[in-house]
Design a protein around this ligand. Structure first.
Ligand code: DAH
Length: 376
């Protein structure tokens, strides 16, 4: 009897070892351990055996059954891991390959592309690009730029004031509105990139040729104003600088942006930190400065003027130099008897608007791909 058990066991073991799939194993399980299989039947018949054989045969058959069950489990696990291995092998993905089909890699936002284009023009003219903080002190944003204490731009309706961290905390506890402490705050979201003029002069000696691109903020929102926009400030300080240098620089800029045939004109204006101050116009590229199109229609871009206003500029007011203390870092310092300079501030949104015929500045910020995909 025991021999019979051993025969059944070794036959089953050989078959299990050779099984090549989960289905084959399942079939073997039924064949060798199922209700009608020989080994379980033999086990059930143990009770009818002569008493002296029962224990030994019962034990051998039980052992054989356990061994086969275990072996089935082991073989199933082996097959599962082999299957996974070959799946991984055949389904291997090389993540360094381009997608199939390759996805478009996207493009620069029109404002980023325009900013970089303008930066490149000024780099080519010998300027260096520097950046500054967007949360600015009233000192740099207004005072050091020669704004009178009552200058209207200081009003909370024209400038975003920022509550300093301590005041913000207190405001919350008191339940006071954040604006309540705003007017007295010494911090603002910079309203222009001009505050960097003084900061750069504090840390760099003359001669200085820098442009300062960056975000600026004002509480305005309509087709030609967004509460956040971008400017590029320019500042040149050296000996023997005149308004002619400013005009030459801006002429080179205007031609690089709007075409070789452009001219610039300076109109008198007022800014607190320049003297004289000018607004700078570029001859209209849409009508070649005539104000009318070839078909006689009034030019829609310059509204018949022949000129497009592009930026504000001027000669640095000597009062501004007085806000630049001489230190080790900027020695010999900014002595208005010795150095002069010019500065300008332009709006990146406005340049891109003119160049590409954008009807509404808010389009830049709505992230509508139908708009953005037209550029770049
Ligand atoms: N900061 C001025 C503004 O935002 C623009 C400006 C005008 C900047 C004249 C200048 C300048 O540097 O010289 O309106």
């Amino acid at each position: 009897m025991i021999e019979r058990v051993e025969q059944l066991r070794s036959k089953a073991e050989a078959e299990i070892a050779a099984a090549g799939s989960a289905e084959a194993l399942q079939e073997l399980r039924v064949r060798h351990l199922g209700r009608r299989a020989q080994l379980p039947q033999l086990l059930r018949g143990v009770a009818e055996l002569p008493a002296e054989q029962r224990a030994a045969v019962g034990a051998a058959a039980n052992q054989a059954r356990h061994a086969l069950e275990e072996m089935l489990e082991r073989r199933a696990a082996e097959l599962r891991s082999a299957e996974l291995g070959s799946l991984l092998e055949s389904d291997r993905v090389d993540v360094t390959l381009p997608g199939a089909p390759p996805q478009p890699i996207g493009r620069l936002h029109l404002l980023t592309a325009t900013r970089r284009e303008l930066e490149d023009i000024f780099l080519g003219l010998g300027f260096t690009v520097v950046e500054g903080p967007e949360v600015e002190t009233v000192h740099y944003n207004f005072d050091a730029l020669n704004h009178s204490p009552t200058h209207p731009a200081r009003a909370p309706s024209d400038t975003f004031y920022v509550a300093p961290p301590a005041a913000a905390g207190r405001g919350e506890e008191d339940g006071a509105s954040p604006g309540a402490s705003g007017a007295a705050s010494e911090l603002v979201l910079r309203t222009h990139t001009s505050p960097m003029q003084v900061r750069v002069m504090e840390s760099h000696p003359p001669p200085l040729y820098v442009v300062i691109p960056g975000r600026v903020y004002r509480p305005d929102s309509d087709a030609t104003h967004t509460p956040q926009f971008h400017q590029i400030e320019g500042l040149a300080v050296d000996e023997d600088i005149t308004l002619a240098d400013l005009k030459g620089t801006l002429l080179a800029f205007a031609r690089a942006v709007f075409g070789d045939a452009r001219e610039v004109r300076l109109r008198p204006h007022f800014f607190p930190f320049t003297e004289p101050s000018v607004e700078v116009d570029v001859s209209c590229f849409n009508c070649e400065g005539r104000g009318f199109r070839a078909d006689g229609a009034r030019c829609h871009l310059c509204k018949g003027e022949g000129w497009l206003e592009v930026l504000g500029a001027g000669e640095v007011d000597p009062n501004v130099y007085a806000y630049v203390p001489t230190s080790e870092r900027n020695a010999p310092g900014y002595d208005p008897e010795r150095v002069q300079g010019f500065a300008w501030g332009l709006g990146v949104e406005r340049i891109a608007m003119l160049k590409h015929g954008i009807p509404d500045l808010r389009l830049y910020y709505e992230n509508d791909l139908r708009f953005l995909e037209q550029f770049g």
